[in-house]
Design a binder for this molecule. Structure first.
Ligand code: HEM
Length: 138
């Protein structure tokens, strides 16, 4: 990932006032866009929202050394197979994340910022999906 994109991610992530409220809003958007995903999650989404926000913080912190998180992300991907998450679900989650970011940071969500986030999410999703599909095969 290019240095400018890392800066874009870090600046826009820092512009989120309340990370927990952001994560809650992300799930609200996700379940509005893709209501059938709701059943995969517990009734109370608070704890899950905190975990998701925590994961975002970890990823943003390690953007210049992505290999540090690779094993963790792969492990996360394998667990997602057990949660009943399919490959196609990653697109809906990525789209909801971008919408929630847009809403949270407004005009600062430029096309460059959007692309940088889409790239980060895409790489994570790819690692998770690959790890999950290997788990199924072997
Ligand atoms: C880059 C993408 C994603 C990240 C970073 C992420 C992050 C997390 C984290 C940190 C957890 C907490 C549990 C654990 O660590 O195993 C979790 C659980 C979960 N995630 Fe994801 N996730 C992603 C994609 C998805 C997608 C695409 C779905 C599809 C709907 C999904 C559905 C779930 C579900 C159902 C749980 C378990 C909830 C529960 O039963 O407590 N996640 N996710």
């Amino acid at each position: 990932m290019r240095k400018e994109d890392i800066e874009r991610i870090r600046r826009s992530h820092a512009a989120i006032d309340d990370p927990h409220a952001f994560a809650m809003r992300f799930y609200e958007i996700l379940f509005r866009v893709q209501p059938d995903l709701r059943r995969l999650f517990p009734a109370q989404i608070d704890a899950q929202a905190a975990k998701f926000a925590g994961m975002l913080v970890a990823v943003v912190a390690q953007l210049d050394a992505p290999s540090v998180l690779e094993a963790d992300v792969a492990e996360l991907g394998r667990r997602h197979v057990d949660y009943g998450v399919g490959e196609a679900d990653y697109d809906a989650v990525g789209a909801a994340l971008l919408m929630a970011l847009h809403e949270a940071i407004g005009e600062a969500f430029t096309p460059e910022v959007e692309q940088a986030w889409a790239a980060v999410y895409g790489e994570m999703a790819e690692t998770m999906i690959a790890a999950g599909s290997h788990a199924v095969v072997g």
